[in-house]
Design a binder for this molecule. Structure first.
Ligand SMILES: *[C@@H]1O[C@H](CO)[C@@H](O)[C@H](O)[C@H]1NC(C)=O
Ligand SMILES: *[C@@H]1O[C@H](CO)[C@@H](O)[C@H](O)[C@H]1NC(C)=O
Ligand SMILES: *[C@@H]1O[C@H](CO)[C@@H](O)[C@H](O)[C@H]1NC(C)=O
Length: 252
């Protein structure tokens, strides 16, 4: 009987250990900190995992970020009331890494991540007012294509004690900046389907896309960055540092 309980205990311990050596997707491999190619190694990891990561890692409760559900976006000013609801941003899984830097094992650990590519937003819109000189009124499906959007995110890395009692990395509230090369708007059913009015207004809106994007992009990009950071932090909360960085000295 004693023998059996020892066995049970051993088995339990092994399982506990297994759990602790937590799940890591096969496409993620640790990098060695002492290696002078460390940054290059992490960059390669990111390039290879980005498309997988963006589709979520259910085993680690990392949600999919393609599409990203956005909160309602309301533009209310300069004579135009424009509301986007049920908004979704598509394309994060197809973004390419434009730049990456990481500082680990120094005083202020940080990283910079720049991604670029095309994103599109689908939503229901409701518009009433005018854009510059033209009236804009209607409600229906909206499709907004952003071409060559580039987002740079920089963040300090913090060390936190996880629920597992172990040390994990965590991104702090990041700084970010972005640029968009061009945008096209397609608002269906403008002016109750009056084609001629709709065409004129859409053409005008697209020629003056920056005016609309100045209001629309900041809340959208803010939510995108927040979503990316949340997903990365979910991931980091599930892996201990030694699991992804070989030769790293824990600090806590
Ligand atoms: C780290 O950050 C602190 C506080 O922002 C700053 O005072 C210090 O100079 C930084 N150290 C390095 C090595 O950058
Ligand atoms: C973005 O879209 C344009 C045309 O719509 C295409 O030429 C370009 O290759 C796309 N960029 C990426 C990174 O997919
Ligand atoms: C993002 O970072 C890259 C590389 O550091 C830089 O060339 C680019 O101008 C930055 N873009 C924005 C929008 O800040």
């Amino acid at each position: 009987m004693k023998y059996l309980s020892t066995l049970v205990l051993l088995v339990t311990l092994c399982y506990a250990k297994d759990e602790d050596e937590s799940f890591l997707p096969e496409y993620i491999h640790p990098c060695t900190l002492a290696d002078e190619e460390f940054e290059k190694c992490v960059r390669k990891q990111i390039v290879e995992s980005l498309p997988h990561f963006a589709n979520g890692i259910p085993e680690m409760s990392v949600p999919s970020i393609d599409p990203v559900d956005l909160n309602d976006i309301i533009i209310d000013g300069s004579g135009l009331k424009l509301k986007f609801s049920d908004a979704k941003m598509h394309g994060l899984s197809k973004l390419k890494l434009a730049d990456f830097k990481i500082q680990l094992g120094v005083d202020n650990e940080s990283f910079i991540l720049a991604v670029k590519g095309n994103l599109s937003l689908t939503a229901q819109y409701n518009a009433d007012g005018r854009i510059l000189i033209l009236p804009l009124k209607g409600e229906g499906d909206a499709l907004i294509d952003c071409r060559n959007i580039e987002v740079n995110i920089s963040s300090l890395l913090e060390h936190v004690k996880g629920k597992d009692g172990k040390e994990h990395l965590k991104l702090l509230t990041p700084n970010y900046e972005y640029e968009i090369e061009s945008t096209t708007f397609d608002l269906k059913n403008l002016f109750n389907g009056n084609k001629q009015l709709a065409e004129t207004t859409l053409k005008f809106a697209n020629e003056n896309w920056r005016q609309l994007m100045d209001d629309l992009a900041p809340p959208a990009v803010k939510q995108i960055v927040k979503t990316i950071v949340k997903a990365i932090n979910k991931f980091l909360s599930k892996v201990t540092i030694p699991r992804i960085v070989i030769g790293y000295k824990e600090r806590l």
